[in-house]
Design a protein around this ligand. Structure first.
Ligand code: ADP
Ligand code: MG
Length: 679
């Protein structure tokens, strides 16, 4: 048996099973070997029945003593099967519902082993629906529980793992002997064997540590390779240092803040130098990142290149397009828009004009990274709200050009450790200053029906003064949960009282959303009830009140983002956080939101309150999926793996050396084939 053998070579795996395995991403014996258990059950010993405890899943065995079939459960006609299991120490009742068929397979006097969680029924312990098998075949130990898909059972998965156990010894090490020693790691065979079939918890921990290290090593090597590639290109596209960007800066309706000026200067230094730009702009909501991006795009176009900006939602992309195309038009620059919702003919025209260079600036959603999009001469790529995109999307965008300059923008303050992982050797500019004249937003936490009443009375007065209101709710309709006020419910309530109320949510058709947003921007709608679709980027300066229903459902950083939708104009703005119920945590969160307008501070406090797990919760950061490693919990491992990855790439940038082939294969596998990693 070889690692690269198809799983169909294994006994009992036919085409049907192979299909099911494909759903788990398992094609080869090696893939199967790298399918790790989700959790483990401690079945190290068969417990005497008198030692069984309520609520503690356990393995026990005994003789089937009495079987009673029949009886009905909750009048639904479910046959109930009860049996008494007895060993030397005592007896316990085992119950199966709706399982009369078992009466045919289980007989008095059989010796069976069971695994399940004892619970009290009246004052006696019983076990409902345990797993069971013949006592003579039961395996003791720490039992792996694998991720499954329909068509594959737990038992089968374990059987196959046992079957391929002989090739565990062929598992390739992506680490050199020295690296293994230096980091006190166990060898691969030990790691694989003990992650599948640990004898002791300690063995499992050693195994896991090695595999987590490997995962981080793979991740870091991939991330660094994608970045080193950029540096490896030595020369980027160099724009002339002619100061032409001043034309646009002077045409803006406001002077740049000092922070914006610094940021523009840093960008111009990158753009006019030999090496290509690779810069992250970090700036709190409302700090004016768009203007900075606009200046960079202007520079690119004036230097004879195209520029593209990708935004995470259609609404946001549209808004950017509407604003920027007008500004650019004054300079005779043609701006195009691309999203999935364009009609075929419109799209064709955009693609043509893009390919022949007629369109100089393209703004769009992730539609801009689709394979059919070709540029004439792309010199600058910008990702707005970068945290909403994955690493691979960012790299795809970059690869639309040849050595294009890269700018990514985010309002999410990223904890340092994660920033290092995600943005590695990117240069960072921070916009740490708000445009002048902003009046701080007044934030208040509310709870209960009276507070809500007062809040909407206040909303009414604001509307009379000509202002507009956002109301954000966590859910679309009530079917999703009983206790959160849904967008639909809130919308119905409010539209009875306020005539110009509309609702917008992610499940709506694009043109409906566009239409509503356009009318809100134009001031034709007073209250916009929305789910978090409006979270990022929307800019309507006349909106002065943000009401957030069920605020307890949102993270602080998200509340801060939402709040940033108001306070963009000259009038005093307000944010009301309506909490369901009152807890100490809610009070703490409330006082943080009421007292601070600093996104970085809020994110840090959020981290303290919720713990890192929630914040880095999978997918938030757009990294490829890791099986065992957890960014938040294994930070020290991450740092060590990073150092090793760096050393390897410095020595062998393209991973061309024979000893680095296993690593190269793993990296390619993790990031996918479509990603050009310059390896
Ligand atoms: P964000 O950084 O959240 O993307 P935007 O770029 O949307 O922020 O800017 C928020 C608002 O601030 C916009 O209405 C923009 O026109 C305005 N703005 C940006 N820069 C300045 C400035 N220097 N002076 C005054 N207003 C500005
Ligand atoms: Mg923005």
């Amino acid at each position: 048996m070889e690692l690269q053998d198809s799983i169909t070579t294994l006994k009992g795996v036919g085409p049907k099973k192979a299909e099911a395995f494909a759903r788990l991403g398992v094609y080869t014996v090696e893939d199967l070997m790298f399918t790790f258990p989700r959790i483990y059950e401690d079945r190290k010993q068969i417990l005497p029945i008198d030692k069984l405890q309520e609520g503690v899943p356990a393995l026990f065995a005994g003789e089937v003593d009495v079987i009673r079939s029949g009886g009905y459960y909750r009048g639904r006609g479910n046959r109930v099967l009860r049996m008494l299991i007895t060993d030397d120490t005592g007896s316990i009742e085992v119950v199966f519902f709706n399982a009369a068929y078992l009466a045919k397979t289980i007989h008095r006097g059989d010796r069976l082993a069971f695994f399940g969680k004892p619970v009290y029924n009246r004052d006696r312990l019983q076990v409902v629906h345990p797993q069971f098998e013949k006592e003579e075949t039961v395996q003791t130990g720490i039992l792996p529980i694998y991720p499954l898909t329909s068509g594959i059972t737990q038992r089968e998965m374990r059987r196959l793992q046992r079957l391929i156990e002989p090739v565990y010894s062929k598992a390739e090490s992506i680490l050199s002997e020295e690296t293994v020693k230096r980091n006190n790691l166990c060898d691969m065979e030990y790691a694989i064997r003990n992650v599948h079939f640990p004898q002791e918890r300690q063995h499992y921990l050693e195994a896991k540590y090695r595999l987590v290290f490997d995962e981080f090593m793979t991740l870091e090597t991939g991330l660094m390779a994608s970045k080193m590639g950029e540096k490896g290109h030595e020369k980027g596209i160099r724009f002339p240092d002619d100061g032409c960007e001043k034309e646009l800066i002077e045409a803006l309706p406001y002077p740049l803040t000092t922070a914006q000026q610094r940021c523009v200067r840093e960008i111009m230094e990158d753009l006019t130098s030999e090496r290509s730009m690779n810069r992250l702009i970090q700036g709190d909501v409302g700090s004016g990142k768009t203007a900075v991006a606009q200046i960079a795009m202007y520079k690119a176009v004036r230097s004879g290149y195209q520029a593209v900006m990708m935004a995470p939602t259609e609404i946001l992309a549209r808004q950017h397009y509407d604003g920027l195309s007008k500004d650019f038009e004054a300079f005779g620059i043609k701006t195009g828009f691309l999203s999935g919702s364009l009609r075929a003919a419109e799209k064709r025209q955009v693609l043509e004009e893009l390919a022949d260079g007629t369109i100089q600036v393209l703004i769009g959603t992730h539609a801009v990274i689709q394979p059919d999009v070709e540029f004439h001469d792309l010199g600058l790529v910008i990702t707005d709200e970068q945290h909403r995109f994955g690493v691979s999307q960012r790299i795809k965008l970059k690869n639309k050009g040849d050595r294009a300059n890269v700018l990514v923008m985010t309002a999410t303050p990223i904890p340092r450790t994660l920033a290092v992982v995600l943005y590695g050797d990117m240069d960072v500019s921070v916009i740490d200053e708000m445009p002048p004249g902003r009046i701080p937003i007044i934030t208040q936490c509310l709870s209960g029906p009276e507070d809500r009443q007062r809040c909407y009375d206040f909303v009414e007065r604001q509307i009379r003064q000509g202002h507009q209101i956002y109301v954000v709710t966590p859910l679309i309709d009530e079917s999703e949960a009983m206790d959160a006020r849904s967008a639909v419910q809130v919308y119905e309530e409010l539209s009875r009282r306020f005539s110009r109320t509309e609702m917008i949510h992610g499940a709506m058709k694009q043109d409906e959303k566009d239409d509503i947003m356009a009318r809100f921007s134009a001031g034709e709608i007073d209250i916009l009830v929305a789910t978090v679709v409006i979270e990022v980027g929307i800019n309507v300066p006349n909106a002065t009140v943000m009401v957030i229903e069920n605020a307890e459902r949102f993270g602080l950083a998200q509340l801060h983002q939402l709040r940033g939708r108001v306070g963009r104009g000259k009038a005093q703005s307000y944010c009301f956080l309506i909490n369901e119920g009152q807890s100490e945590l809610a009070a703490k969160r409330g006082s943080i939101m009421e007292s601070s307008a600093d996104g970085f501070f809020i994110a840090e406090e959020d981290l303290k309150l919720r713990g890192p797990g929630e914040i880095f919760g999978t997918r938030q950061h757009g990294l490829p999926d890791l099986k065992l490693a957890d960014m938040a919990r294994h930070m020290n491992v991450l740092a060590a793996a990073r150092d090793e990855a760096k050393a390897i790439l410095e020595d062998d940038p393209g991973l061309a050396k024979p000893q680095n082939q296993p690593l190269k294969r793993r990296v390619t596998k993790l990031f996918g084939e479509d990603l050009s990693l310059n390896l």
